[in-house]
Design a protein around this ligand. Sequence first.
Ligand code: COA
Length: 236
Amino acid sequence: MKLLVRPYRPVDRDAVRALFSWGIREHIVPCFKNNMSSPLYLVITLALCVVGYIVASVFGAVVLPALWMSLVYYSGYYIYDGFVRRKLVTDMQEISRNYMSRPDDCLWVAEAEVDGRVQILGMVAVKGQQNGKEKCGELLRMIVSPTCRRMGLGHRLAQTVVDFCRERGFSKVMLETSSIQKAAVALYKKMGFRHIKNKLTSSKTLTACFCFCFFSSFPSRAKNITTRSESCRRRP
Ligand SMILES: CC(C)(COP(=O)(O)OP(=O)(O)OC[C@H]1O[C@@H](n2cnc3c(N)ncnc32)[C@H](O)[C@@H]1OP(=O)(O)O)[C@@H](O)C(=O)NCCC(=O)NCCS
């Protein structure tokens, strides 16, 4: 499959919004599984099972934990679905204006011909930010369609952002992701991003997602060139 990574055009809007929605909502189930496998949630589920049995026999032992699990699922749904809904009416509403109108911002799409039709199979964006005297780039909206994962596209898209930031003389690229997004964490670590801090989000809900912030700094041009050629060797 020949993939072309290019800047966003207004004609991509619907496909980009659909890919974004899908890519974020796919974390609902992993988030649920992650929560349910934590020792605390397992103890709560077991305790509810016992209490349910004491109160209403087998019926209670099934219904009470089921209600609890539904609540846990809903809390994950609430977070990810809510995020998608918010973004679809804010920055993903007018994509051209929010990502393509300033020289330090950009959104790219990866397209390929599938069954005779050109399809958007990946996306990534960057927003340039002034950080004191330095400028840095925030990588965001990184999503690759499930049909072409583990083919190097995520790496290529992230590298596009890194190159863009380097060309503009930014000091670093930063991003946030959650521990649920294991593929993303593995990708960024492999690319040399460093984990700098954890943040507890969504403290008002039952789902606690830890966020990681990574940065890839460009201390010297020589080092950058080495990094780039290593990437090229890995993925020609
Ligand atoms: C994260 C994501 C963009 C990765 O895209 P991808 O095209 O599959 O990534 P690549 O093929 O470039 O993978 C590069 C490296 O990342 C790591 N990686 C990627 N997916 C992985 C997975 N599922 N498990 C473990 N490591 C993984 C591997 O080290 C991989 O190198 P390898 O294939 O040589 O082993 C994709 O899984 C995705 O869209 N996920 C859902 C949305 C999301 O979480 N976005 C991140 C927002 S911050």
